[in-house]
Design a protein around this ligand. Structure first.
Ligand code: GLN
Length: 506
C-alpha cells in the first residue's frame, strides 16, 4: 500500500478520482477501503455521533462486488462512485435499514424499499456505510432536535454541526465518509456544510428524485451531496440526478457538472458574479462572515470574474413565507404518522383517537409538534387566506426576483449562514434558530440550485465559513464552475484537524 494511503486516516482522506486510481493501480482493494471506513467510524464516531446506524454487511458486500469487477478487468464498467465510501441521511429509505428520521415516531421502522437517490449511489459503485443523524424529521438548524442525541461539530466538539443534515456534514468533515447525501428544504445541506467546512449542494428542485425520501415540504425538499471537494460533489450529483418515473417532479438532466468544475478550476474568466447589497448589510450577519464573503468575491474577481450588484427586493419576506409554507406542508405530510399506517403505536386506549393522540404525543419531539400545530392553524379556514395564500404570492415574487437578477449575472454570491457554528444550547428561542436560514431559504422558495463552498476560517472564531453560490434554475453547472474557481483559491476542504491522519479526535 502506498505511503500516502496507509491506515484508515490515509484512505479516508482520498477523493473520488484518487480512490478509482488506487483501485485501478491495485494500490488497495475496495474491501480495504470499506475496512478503513468502518475503522474510522469505530474510532471517531463515539465523539462525533454522525451515524445512527452502520451497515457493515452492506458495505462489505458492495466492496466485494467492486473488487470482483476489478479482478475481471472491468473497473470501467463500474459507475462513477466505484469503491467510494458513501452514507445517507436517515430520512432516506434503504431496504433493510432502519429509517428513523431521528424520531421516536419511527424508531422501529425498517425500510421495505430503497429511495432512488440511495439506489443510484449504490448502483454507481458506492460503498454504503450507514444512516446519518439529523434534526427530527429535518426540522432544525443544529441537529439538536434528534431524538437520539446531537451530532458534534468535528472542528470543535462543543459546537453544533448545523442542521438538519448535521450528520451528513460531520461524517464528511471527520473523514468518516467520502460522500454523503443530505436533504435541503430551507438550508439543511448548505448551512451544515458551511458549519463543518465541506462542500454541500442543493440542486434545483427536480434535479434529484425525491422518491423514497421522507417528505417534509414536498414543494421545497431536494436531495444533494456533501463532499470535501467540488469535483467529488460533481461526481456524486452526476450519479444521483436525473428523471425518475417514480417522482413526477424529477427532470432529465443534460448538464455535465464535472466539465463545469474542470472549467472553473482553470479560472473565472467571463463569469458574472452577482452580489446582493441588502444581504451583505443584513442585521445579524457576523463581521467575520461578511469579511470572508467579500474576500471570496474579490478572489473571484482576481480569477477573471466580473462582480455586479443585483437586487432581490422580496427576499426579505422569504423567511416569513417559508415558515408558513414549510409548516403547512409538514403538517400535511406528517399526518401519515397516525399509529396505524405509520409510526409508533401506543396501544391500550379505549378508542382509536385515544391511541392516535397518545402515540403522536409520545412519538414526536417538541419542534415537530411546533410545526404540526403551526401548519394545522395556518391551514384552518379563515386563517388560510391571511397567511398561506399571501405566502404563495410572495413565492411568485421571489421567483421573479431571481429570474430578473440572473439577467445580469451567472451566479449570485452570498453568505451561506449569518455566522459560524454555535455552541450547544446557545440558541434556545425557535424564532432565533429560524433566522439561521435567512440566506438559504429564498432559493428553496424559488426552486433554484445553491451550494456552500468552504472559504477558510473566520478570523474571530477560527471556525469554517461557507460562501453560498446560487445559479439560475436548472443551470446547476454554473454552481460547479464558480465553486471550482473558488476552490482553486482556497484549496479543497481538509478533514477537520482533530480527525486528520487517522487521529480519533484527540
Ligand atoms: N432549518 C430549516 C427548518 O428548520 C431548514 C430545514 C431543512 O432544510 N430541512 O425548517
Amino acid at each position: 500500500m502506498a505511503a500516502t494511503t496507509s491506515g484508515a486516516g490515509g484512505i479516508m482522506q482520498l477523493g473520488v478520482r484518487e480512490i478509482r486510481a488506487g483501485l485501478a493501480a491495485k494500490e488497495f482493494s475496495a474491501c480495504e477501503v470499506a475496512a478503513a471506513a468502518l475503522d474510522a467510524i469505530a474510532a471517531r464516531d463515539g465523539e462525533v455521533h454522525a451515524y445512527l446506524q452502520v451497515t457493515e454487511d452492506a458495505a462489505r458486500a458492495a466492496a466485494e462486488r467492486v473488487d470482483a469487477a476489478v479482478a475481471r478487468g472491468a473497473l470501467d464498467e463500474l459507475g462513477p462512485l466505484a469503491g467510494v465510501p458513501v452514507a445517507f441521511k436517515d430520512n432516506m429509505n434503504q431496504q433493510g435499514t432502519r429509517t428513523t428520521c431521528a424520531s421516536r415516531m419511527l424508531e422501529g421502522y425498517v425500510s421495505p424499499y430503497t429511495a432512488t437517490c440511495v439506489q443510484r449511489a449504490i448502483d454507481a459503485g458506492g460503498i454504503p456505510l450507514g444512516k446519518l443523524n439529523m434534526d427530527e424529521f429535518a426540522f432544525g438548524s443544529s441537529t439538536e432536535t434528534s431524538a437520539f442525541g446531537p451530532t458534534r461539530n468535528p472542528w470543535d466538539l462543543s459546537r453544533v454541526p448545523g442542521g438538519s443534515s448535521g450528520g451528513s456534514a460531520a461524517a464528511v468533515a471527520a473523514g468518516m465518509a467520502c460522500v454523503t447525501l443530505g436533504s435541503d428544504t430551507g438550508g439543511s445541506i448548505r448551512q451544515p456544510a458551511s458549519f463543518c467546512g465541506v462542500v454541500g449542494v442543493k440542486p434545483s428542485y427536480g434535479v434529484v428524485s425525491r422518491y423514497g425520501v421522507v417528505a417534509f415540504g414536498s414543494s421545497l425538499d431536494q436531495v444533494g451531496p456533501f463532499a470535501r471537494s467540488v469535483e467529488d460533489a460533481a461526481w456524486a450529483l452526476a450519479a444521483i440526478c436525473g428523471h425518475d418515473a417514480r417522482d413526477c417532479t424529477s427532470q432529465p438532466v443534460g448538464a455535465d457538472f464535472l466539465a463545469a468544475a474542470r472549467a472553473g478550476a482553470q479560472g473565472a474568466e467571463g463569469l458574472r458574479v452577482g452580489v446582493v447589497r441588502s444581504f451583505m448589510e443584513a442585521a445579524g450577519l457576523s463581521a467575520e462572515v461578511r469579511r470572508k464573503v467579500e474576500e471570496a468575491a474579490s478572489r473571484l474577481e482576481d480569477a477573471g470574474a466580473r462582480i455586479v450588484e443585483v437586487e432581490l427586493p422580496h427576499a426579505k419576506a422569504a423567511i416569513s413565507a417559508y415558515y408558513v409554507l414549510g409548516p403547512c406542508e409538514a403538517f400535511s405530510n406528517l399526518a401519515r404518522f397516525d399509529s396505524v399506517r405509520y409510526g409508533l403505536a401506543d396501544p391500550g386506549h379505549k378508542d382509536l383517537s385515544g391511541q392516535y393522540e397518545a402515540s403522536r404525543a409520545a412519538g414526536f419531539g417538541i419542534e415537530a409538534k411546533r410545526r404540526i400545530l403551526l401548519g394545522s392553524y395556518l391551514l384552518s379556514s379563515g386563517v388560510y387566506d391571511a397567511y398561506y395564500y399571501p405566502a404563495q404570492q410572495v413565492r411568485t415574487l421571489i421567483t421573479r426576483d431571481y429570474v430578473q437578477a440572473f439577467e445580469e449575472c451567472d451566479v449570485i454570491l452570498s453568505p451561506a449562514s449569518p455566522r459560524t457554528a454555535f455552541s450547544f444550547g446557545e440558541i434556545e428561542d425557535p424564532a432565533q434558530m429560524y433566522l439561521s436560514d435567512i440566506f438559504t431559504v429564498p432559493i428553496n422558495i424559488a426552486g433554484n440550485g445553491g451550494m456552500s463552498v468552504p472559504c477558510g476560517l473566520g478570523d474571530e472564531s477560527g471556525l469554517p465559513v461557507g460562501v453560498q453560490i446560487v445559479a439560475p434554475q436548472f443551470k446547476d453547472e454554473n454552481l460547479f464552475r464558480a465553486a471550482a474557481a473558488l476552490e482553486a483559491c482556497y484549496g479543497p476542504a481538509p478533514v477537520a484537524p482533530a480527525f486528520a491522519d487517522g487521529k480519533a479526535g484527540e
